[in-house]
Design a protein around this ligand. Structure first.
Ligand code: CU
Length: 186
C-alpha cells in the first residue's frame, strides 16, 4: 500500500515533469520571433577538380565529383552558347520571407561563389561567362572591389544577409551570373 503510494507519487512527478518540459518547448516555438530562423539558400556547382585546378590553381575546386562534373572548358563553352550549366545554381530560385528574417546562404558546391544584391540581373565580372550581357555595376571590379569581396562565399562556408527592407530583392553570383535568386520581403 505504502509502496504503491510512493510509486504513484513518483509517476505523478514524472508526468508533471514531462508536462512542464512540453510546455516550455511549446513556449519557445510560439514566442514572438526575437531571432527568427534564417531562410536557407544553397549554392551548388559541379566543378571538375582536375580541369578547374589545372586552370586556376590547386584546391580551387573541392567538389566531390561523382561522374556528374563539368570541365572548366565546358563551363565556358556552355555559357558562351547562352545555355549556361544548370549545375551552377542557387536553390531555391524564389524566397519569401517576413521582414527581419535573415538569409543564410551555404556553399555546398565545389568552388567559390558570390551572393551579391543587384538592382537588375545581368553579367558578372568574368566577361566570357556573361553570354554577352554587360557586367552589372554591383559586380564591377570583381574581388578587387571590397563590396563584391564581402559577398564571397567559399566552398563549405556560409554567408548571412540581414536587414533586408520590404519589397523585392535580386541576388546573383558575380562569377556565374545565371545563378540568381529573387527574395520577396513582406
Ligand atoms: Cu557562382
Amino acid at each position: 500500500m505504502r509502496r504503491n503510494a510512493v510509486v504513484a507519487a513518483l509517476l505523478a512527478g514524472c508526468f508533471s515533469f514531462v508536462l512542464a518540459t512540453q510546455a516550455s518547448a511549446q513556449d519557445k516555438s510560439e514566442r514572438p520571433a526575437a531571432s527568427p530562423t534564417p531562410a536557407q539558400i544553397v549554392a551548388l556547382d559541379e566543378c571538375d577538380p582536375a580541369t578547374f585546378n589545372a586552370a586556376i590553381g590547386p584546391d580551387f575546386c573541392k567538389n566531390v565529383a561523382l561522374g556528374f562534373s563539368t570541365t572548366f572548358s565546358d563551363l565556358f563553352a556552355k555559357a558562351a552558347a547562352g545555355t549556361p550549366d544548370p549545375g551552377w545554381d542557387f536553390e531555391p530560385d524564389v524566397v519569401h520571407v517576413k521582414k527581419g528574417t535573415p538569409l543564410l546562404v551555404v556553399d555546398q558546391g565545389g568552388e567559390p561563389h558570390t551572393f551579391t544584391e543587384v538592382e537588375k540581373f545581368g553579367g558578372g565580372f568574368i566577361e566570357p561567362l556573361n553570354a554577352g550581357e554587360p557586367t552589372v555595376p554591383e559586380c564591377a571590379g570583381g574581388f578587387k572591389n571590397v563590396a563584391v569581396a564581402k559577398t564571397r562565399i567559399l566552398q563549405g562556408s556560409q554567408l548571412q544577409v540581414t536587414g533586408l527592407s520590404k519589397g523585392e530583392h535580386h541576388f546573383e553570383c558575380c562569377i556565374h551570373p545565371w545563378m540568381r535568386v529573387t527574395v520577396e520581403v513582406k
